[in-house]
Design a protein around this ligand. Structure first.
Ligand SMILES: Cc1ncc(COP(=O)(O)O)c(C=O)c1O
Length: 362
């Protein structure tokens, strides 16, 4: 049986997503005892203790199906952001939201659009759906070229993905620029603001997209519990948008797509501001430490609004591989970023180990 013939040409030419190397794999490979992973923009302090308690006390119930519409979580998120519960759609990570969006709104032959570099999953899912993501290069300073993105819109464009802050660059689109852009996007093109890292952003001119939703029915926000809330392993993300837009996607959604433990954990996490503040403080301090260290080492870095940053190390692949041997997992992005590595901000101890290892490698 030749499965490559059974799959379409779009699937044959797909390249699977390459996640950050797991800690256990590196320990095995190099016989290392201590490994730190700064590769997947995870939360280095873990989930809140209240979340752990909630999960533990829910464990005896897992023989039951989860609530199909994530009712409790829906109410908690709706209250937090002052939106209608019908404006929400939950998924197994925001990755699933991307898939639901494209399955619902993009037909074969239609296209999606995103600045590049950005989150590669937009391209993978577009291609898997028989669509194609058109990538619009960012400027030399890594800022998103919104004029060029506008110019790239064609009658076939259905969805535009704007990760804000962007991954892997950590750059952001400010409120004034975003407004000028969205005002000129055709009303039947969906603008997805992928706000996976929004909790970390502290720029004064970050757009208040939640407040804009009522003026832009073609705008959808995508958020996740994987980053600031420390629940990457449980897989829960969500969309906030127009009620009718969410209703269409809800018809496509699998009945029990977010699992019971994920729902319980996220419901507790969203209200634990104390823990979130701890995470954000750790991130701010780590960011300043890395900025200062890179400056001391004479390395150029890209200022970030997220929990990771790009640093120019000359030969990104070599440095990435040498760091691995020292038990530090960063990320080599390749392509136009071959001089860079991307590093997630860790605990202060992890940041110090990373900098010490980087000094040795360089
Ligand atoms: C920009 C961006 N969007 C979405 C995601 C997906 O996150 P998740 O599926 O864990 O919610 C990621 C994960 O790294 C990301 O960087």
């Amino acid at each position: 049986m030749d499965y490559s013939k059974l799959a379409g040409s779009n699937i044959n030419s797909l390249v699977a997503y390459k996640p950050g190397k797991p800690i256990s794999e590196l320990k095995r490979e190099f016989g290392l005892k201590r490994v730190i992973k700064l590769a997947s923009n995870e939360n280095p302090l873990g989930p809140s203790p209240k979340v752990i308690n909630a999960i533990t006390s829910t464990l005896p119930e897992i023989s039951r199906y989860p609530t199909g519409d994530a009712y409790e979580l829906r109410m908690a998120v709706a209250a937090k952001y002052n939106v209608s519960p019908k404006q929400l759609l939950f998924g197994a990570g925001s990755n699933e939201i991307i898939e639901l969006l494209l399955r619902t709104y993009v037909k074969a032959g239609e296209t999606t659009l995103s600045p590049a570099p950005s989150f590669s999953v937009y391209g993978i899912i577009s291609q898997a759906m028989g669509s194609k993501c058109e990538w619009v290069p960012v400027r030399d300073d890594f800022s998103v070229d919104l004029e060029r993105t506008l110019a790239a819109i064609t009658p076939k464009t259905r969805v535009i993905f704007l990760a804000n802050p962007n991954n892997p660059t950590g750059t952001y689109i400010n409120a004034a620029d975003l407004k000028t852009f969205i005002d000129r996007v055709p009303a039947d093109v969906i603008v997805v603001m992928d706000e996976a890292y929004i909790e970390f952003a502290d720029a004064a001119d970050m757009p208040d997209t939640l407040a804009w939703l009522k003026n832009y029915p073609n705008m959808i926000l995508m958020r996740t519990f994987s980053k600031a809330y420390g629940l990457a392993g449980l897989r829960v993300g969500y969309a906030i948008g127009d009620e009718a837009c969410c209703d269409m996607m809800d018809r496509v959604r699998q009945p029990f797509n977010t699992n019971m433990l994920a729902q319980v954990a996220a419901t507790v996490a969203i209200d634990d501001n104390e823990w979130l503040n701890k995470i954000l403080t750790n991130n701010r301090e780590g960011k300043n430490f890395l900025y200062q260290s890179f400056t001391d080492m004479g390395l150029n870095y890209v200022p970030t609004q997220a929990n990771f940053m790009l640093v120019n190390v000359g030969d990104g692949e070599r440095v990435f591989n040498e760091l691995l041997k020292k038990g530090v997992i960063a990320r080599f992005m390749g392509g136009s970023l071959s001089q860079y590595i991307r590093v997630s901000i860790g605990t202060m101890e992890e940041n110090q180990i990373f900098i010490q290892s980087l000094r040795e490698v360089l």
